[in-house]
Design a protein around this ligand. Structure first.
Ligand code: ADP
Ligand code: ADP
Length: 218
């Protein structure tokens, strides 16, 4: 379970996130919808403990979460897929993450297969397309078999087949009881994937309701 309570973040004179509260519960895909610049990434980064809120609290499983140094077994996150050490091979990248998080090495092969990268696992990440990097980021998020998944704009860079794949993956993760929080600026995509939708605009919470209700309003 993820809980944002009164989250607020200011950059200079701009209030990027303004008193945002919502929860994302287990067994549910919660969509986080808003146009570019609305404050989605900033909110997710605060939830993951990667950014310090100016006010409010972010709780994951009832306590503050600190992604840096924290076990990948609790929370799997896809943030900026471009931000991976390009000189490494995909398998080695995951091996390092697994080792430093106390995750059994066999998970590396499992997640590579799950995201469709088994055949390119021994190639260098530098030669990967954005879609392949997204898949690798997702593999990293799944590595520790976490109960909570946070994906920021996962469809970026994916082709239509990849978009369908992500949709099925997120639905499957929720069906297994995980809490899934997924951001997007594409209403149609959120509508097809999420059970509930939290809408944010200019840093403020605009709606938090079942998908059908949100579709009727926006
Ligand atoms: P979204 O993810 O919805 O596109 P962001 O959370 O990235 O939105 O950005 C929200 C607002 O905060 C934007 O106006 C953006 O320019 C600003 N912002 C985000 N990160 C920073 C930063 N590190 N420094 C200054 N402004 C920032
Ligand atoms: P480095 O840049 O030193 O190789 P990483 O950026 O790979 O380090 O990871 C630093 C820490 O951030 C990891 O120990 C892990 O706890 C966390 N982390 C990295 N990727 C993820 C992810 N996909 N989900 C959650 N936490 C992550």
């Amino acid at each position: 379970m993820i809980r944002a309570a009164g989250l607020t973040k200011r950059y200079g004179g701009t209030t990027a996130v303004d008193d945002v509260s919502f929860t994302a519960g287990p067994g549910v895909v919660t969509g986080f919808l808003g146009p570019n610049g609305a404050g989605k990434s900033t909110t997710l980064r605060m939830l993951l403990g990667l950014e310090e809120p100016d006010a409010g609290v972010a709780l994951v499983g009832g306590r503050p979460y600190r992604a840096l140094g924290a076990p990948l077994r609790e929370v799997g996150a896809l943030l900026d897929a471009g931000d991976v050490h390009g000189g490494r091979r995909a398998r080695d990248h995951l091996r390092v993450l697994a080792r430093s998080n106390g995750i059994p090495a066999r998970r590396v092969g499992e997640v590579l297969a799950e995201v469709g990268l088994a055949e390119v696992a021994d190639r260098r990440i530098a030669g990967f397309s954005l879609g392949m990097r997204q898949r690798l980021g997702i593999a990293a998020a799944l590595l520790g078999d976490p109960g909570v998944l946070v994906f920021d704009e996962p469809i970026n860079g994916l082709d239509p087949e990849g978009v369908r794949w992500i949709r099925g993956l997120l639905r499957g993760m929720a069906a297994e009881g995980r809490a899934v929080l997924v951001s997007s600026h594409v209403l149609e995509e959120v509508a097809r994937t999420a059970d509930r939708v939290v809408v944010i605009g200019r840093g403020r919470l605009l709606a938090d309701a079942p998908t059908a209700e949100v579709l009727a309003r926006f």
